[in-house]
Design a protein around this ligand. Structure first.
Ligand code: SF4
Length: 366
């Protein structure tokens, strides 16, 4: 019977093999079944934003379909070279709100902590792609010291959000070390992890990774599924492992033209997230103003129509909130449809999910 050490070693080998067999460098694009012109365009676009995808994620692509939604998320396309007026290098002002390296403090009770600027998969739509390229560094203990000292010195901070780069692309020892340093700060109550790993590299969700994250703090893992085609037996097993470890699972999707901008696709995604993976659909993001992404952005009106349709089709627990992360640090604001048609004193006119406007009279005690 294999012992625990052997099982752990096998689990670690599996995800590392998956990474090694995938695309890790621009030159690896040559191994994909792309037409010569597509390959050249992808290689050119990859000079602006790195390219990387594990083999198991690439295996989800239908290469006969040029509009395949998985392909659209990871294979560079020539449109990325076109910068539209109004697009931004740092769409939500991470740098402006960064008092020390590797940390953003935009809202009083929480901070973003960047243990690494590297990811297991580089998503073409990433709004941090310019930081990933320009900073690009991985984890070192020393690099995180100023950020940890900042958190220690600010007792109003309750949540630490490990974000990307992808924190779950780190080794278990690094994750355990970071978790221990954060939980030693008494005023921190919650550890949040924003990650694409359960989507694109589910074999990385190993017993060793889970053990590295377990400790004093409530752990919330915020995944980033954008299409139901990303939900497989492997992602189901990974999410079951995370749930059974006691972690809270939420998902944020980004609304992407040509990937998930139809009510049927979003409806299936949200249902499968909740019913198959046990992940609460949390946010549906309007596409940020990342440079070279105009071809993947919808209009806000289209997003609102989708959000309204989802509201009437899905139960509350399956429904994400459609939000825009405002530039210049304005935060995430809901953009979903408003059902209030008017008010006269205590009498409100409110449109129901069936489209009918009803009068609701407030009854409030003295
Ligand atoms: S994994 Fe996250 S941080 Fe990394 S490229 Fe994708 S969206 Fe950006």
């Amino acid at each position: 019977m294999p012992n625990l050490k052997d099982a752990t070693r096998a689990a670690d080998t599996a995800w590392q093999d998956d990474v090694r067999a995938g695309v890790r460098h621009v030159r690896d694009l040559a191994s994909l079944p792309l037409l010569a012109a597509e390959r050249e365009a992808a290689q050119a676009a990859a000079t602006l934003h790195k390219v990387r995808a594990p083999k198991s994620y690439l295996d989800l692509i239908d290469w006969n379909d040029p509009a395949d939604p998985i392909r659209a998320q990871v294979i560079p396309s020539p449109e990325e070279m076109e910068e539209a007026e109004g697009e931004l290098g740092d769409p939500i002002a991470d740098h402006e709100f960064s008092p020390v390296p590797r940390l953003t403090h935009r809202h009083a009770d929480r901070v973003l902590l960047f243990p690494t600027y590297q990811c297991a998969v580089y998503c073409r739509f990433c709004f941090r792609k310019e930081s990933l390229t320009s900073i690009g560094r991985g984890y070192t203990r020393e690099a995180l010291e100023p950020a940890l000292a900042y958190i220690s010195g600010h007792s109003e901070i309750r949540e630490v959000i490990l974000t990307g780069g992808d924190p779950l692309s780190l080794q278990d020892t690094a994750l355990a070390e970071i978790r221990a340093r954060i939980e030693a700060i008494p005023h921190v109550r919650l550890l949040r992890i924003h990650t694409r790993v359960p989507v694109a590299l589910p074999s990385r969700i190993t017993p060793g990774l889970v053990a590295a994250l377990q400790g004093r703090l409530i752990v919330t893992v915020v995944t980033h599924f954008n299409h139901a085609r990303e939900i497989t037996d492997a992602t189901e097993a990974a999410c079951r492992t995370l749930r059974q470890a006691g972690f809270v699972l939420l998902n944020q999707s980004v609304l992407l033209k040509g990937v998930n901008d139809s009510v049927e696709v979003l409806e299936e995604l949200c249902r499968e997230l909740m019913y198959r993976l046990g992940i609460k659909p949390y946010y549906l993001h309007h596409g940020d103003l990342a440079r070279g992404m105009a071809h993947r952005r919808t209009t806000i009106a289209q997003g609102q129509a989708l959000a309204e349709a989802l509201r009437s089709r899905l139960s509350g627990i399956c429904n994400p909130v459609y939000v825009l992360d405002l530039p210049a640090g304005g935060g995430k604001v809901p953009l979903g449809p408003c059902h209030v048609e008017g008010q006269d004193g205590q009498s409100w006119r409110i449109r129901g999910l069936d489209g009918e406007v009803r009068t609701y009279r407030e009854v409030v005690g003295e």
